[in-house]
Structure formats: structure tokens, C-alpha cells
Design a protein around this ligand. Structure first.
Ligand SMILES: *Cc1c(COP(=O)(O)O)cnc(C)c1O
Length: 224
């Protein structure tokens, strides 16, 4: 009988990386083209340290204040950590976000682009910015409407704010593949290389459809 892997952060991380690599292989993509963003929101430093010890270096948070409380100490111990903001951002927190994060996945309106650009100019540091698209046209969800994407990208270009790619959270409980394919097409049409898509329940599908950044929380940390 094969030994059963104990359920530890390290084995969960290894299993997630294996699945990403397998999905990438099926799509004839190198696994290195996919960044695993370990979404640690709501989890305390104690839960994060074992993943850092297992080699994970890219983490995601959805609230600026929570990230400011948790991450400075962790980053001091492991300086090569990259932090990604995966949640909605208020313009009045743009300066704090630019100071702390290496990537921002929720740029969804011109006023936020303006605030980010001001903070980037003032601080001389520029996180990678993804435009979040409301890919399922859901009224309750954040993200720029699909029709608004060209205008928002033009606005960012005029500001001189570089855009790394597009991000989406597809509707719950329906097949996500068509939404991922649509986001990939939008990115292609606009010459954008980055695709932030795929969460615990659907990251393999997302990788097969071109995701460059999967945002995985529950599969690594357990339920929130
Ligand atoms: C919480 C969150 C995730 C991670 O979700 P899981 O289902 O726990 O993997 C990914 N993206 C965003 C925008 C989130 O808010």
C-alpha cells in the first residue's frame, strides 16, 4: 500500500503546483508561465509561515489594512516575498497599496488609475496592475464592464500607467471555461500578456486557457 500523504501546508502546496504543471503541460505551456498567488486573506501569520518555509514566495491579500498588519514582519524575515492585492481597492488607499504591494489585481475604474498613478509617481515604485473585468456582467460584482475595457485601457495608456494584464472572477456555480476564454480573447485583442484567473475550484481550467496568475486560497490554507 502507498503511504498516504499527510495533509500539511507543504503537501498542499506541492499538490497544487503539480496540478498547475499538469494543466500547463496539457495546454503545451511551460509551468513557469504560471505564477501561483497564495491567497492568505483572513489567515494569521502562523498559517502563512509554513508555506514560506515550503518555498512559496508570492502571496495575495484582499484588504490593505489586514496586509499592513500581517506582512511587514513576514517580509522582514523573508525579503524576496511578493505581495499581490486581489481585492477591491478604494482610491483613498491607493498610496498605501502602492507602498506595500508588488501587484494590484483590481484596477477597475479611471479614478483609481489616477490615484494609483499619483502614488506611483510620488513613491517611485510601480506595482504591476491588472484591469479587473466584470466578465459575467454581474451587477453585484466589482470590475470594469466588458464594454468599458478599451476606454479604461486608453485612460491608463494616456496616464503612462503600464497594464500587466486582465483579471476576472467568473460567476459562481456555472462552468467557468467560457468566461476564462473570453478574458483571454480580450487580453489578446488588446495585446496584454497577463491573465489573472483561476481560484481553488477552477485554477486548472484557467491554466489550460492561458492563465498567468492563479489566485489560490482555500486549496492551500483550508477553509476560511
Ligand atoms: C479570496 C479570493 C481568491 C481565493 O479564493 P479561493 O477560492 O479560496 O481559492 C481569489 N481571488 C480573489 C479575488 C479572492 O477574493
Amino acid at each position: 500500500m502507498l503511504p498516504i500523504d499527510p495533509d500539511t501546508p507543504a503537501t498542499r502546496l506541492a499538490a497544487t503546483r503539480d496540478r498547475i504543471a499538469r494543466a500547463a503541460r496539457l495546454a503545451d505551456r511551460p509551468a513557469s508561465a504560471v505564477t501561483l498567488v497564495a491567497v492568505s486573506k483572513t489567515h494569521p501569520a502562523d498559517a502563512i509561515v509554513p508555506l514560506i518555509a515550503a518555498g512559496q514566495r508570492v502571496f495575495g491579500e484582499n484588504r490593505v489594512q489586514e496586509a499592513e498588519e500581517k506582512w511587514p514582519a513576514l517580509k522582514e524575515a523573508t525579503p524576496d516575498i511578493a505581495l499581490h492585492l486581489v481585492g477591491q481597492l478604494q482610491s483613498n488607499k491607493a498610496a498605501q497599496a502602492v507602498a506595500l504591494f508588488d501587484a494590484i489585481h483590481a484596477l477597475d475604474r479611471p479614478s483609481l488609475a489616477d490615484a494609483l498613478m499619483r502614488a506611483i509617481d510620488a513613491q517611485g515604485r510601480a506595482p504591476a496592475c491588472f484591469v479587473q473585468v466584470n466578465i459575467g456582467a454581474e451587477p453585484q460584482k466589482g470590475g470594469c464592464a466588458i464594454e468599458g475595457v478599451p476606454g479604461l485601457l486608453d485612460h491608463c495608456r494616456a496616464l503612462g500607467l503600464p497594464i500587466a494584464g486582465l483579471m476576472c472572477v467568473p460567476p459562481l456555480d456555472v462552468e467557468p471555461a467560457p468566461y476564462f476564454a473570453l478574458l483571454a480573447k480580450l487580453a489578446r485583442d488588446h495585446g496584454l500578456a497577463g491573465l489573472s484567473m483561476g481560484m481553488s475550484g477552477d485554477y486548472e481550467t484557467a491554466v489550460m486557457l492561458g492563465s498567468t496568475h492563479v489566485r489560490v486560497g482555500t486549496a492551500l490554507f483550508g477553509a476560511r
